[in-house]
Design a protein around this ligand. Sequence first.
Ligand code: IPE
Ligand code: IPE
Ligand code: MG
Length: 225
Amino acid sequence: MNRAKHIAIIMDGNGRWAELQGKKRVKGHEAGAEVVKTITTYCSKSSEIERLTLYAFSTENWKRPRLEVEFLMKLLNTYLKNELPVYLENNVRFESIGDIKAFSKTLQKTIKMVEEKTAHCDGLIQSLALNYGAQDEMIRAINTLKDSKGDVTLEMMSDALDCKHNVDLLIRTGGDHRLSNFLLWQSAYAELFFCDTLWPDFTPKELEKIINKFTKVERRFGGLK
Ligand code: IPE
Ligand code: IPE
Ligand code: MG
């Protein structure tokens, strides 16, 4: 049976969820943040799941209207501050992947603070992808390796990336069937699951169903079974 040690989720559909209810898109992001909390808590209780990587803001999301981007930045800052006691209570270590240098000093400080304060937690690792794009991640990795002696190996490349861990199960909510520049290297052999549920409606029950299906898939990694 497969073990879903590393689950990655493209949390999509916040805006549509809000619009369907005649609300502003940002209300969807607020509701989405609550679901991040519920799903993280659920995963922290599982002995099987070691790592949960969540796509929160892509390198392409800067193209959105300024007010939506500003709202997302503020939401992230308050979310992290409010979550700190919850992370500690659930023994969750928080880390970020992506190029956070583009964020305000205040937000960078909050991210660093929560990373430091949860560094000793050894339960689930919740990794938030913030100003993350797989292409940007790979370019940054290549630039750190370009002056190294000899040929670059698979291990060196993997180690130079923000996320150094292969994904077992990758889920996208919101009905679209694309990766939108998320963990392209690490998902080389991930099992992909797409569901129509909009992220604010996603529940631990639905995650459990997906994990159950994943458990039964035959993963061959190019070999034969
Ligand atoms: C995902 O939801 C959250 C972010 C990208 C920040 P969207 O905001 O993309 O919601 P839809 O896809 O427009 O419904
Ligand atoms: C992917 O969703 C990014 C996040 C969930 C943070 P998008 O809504 O930005 O992706 P596209 O534009 O539909 O590909
Ligand atoms: Mg979207």
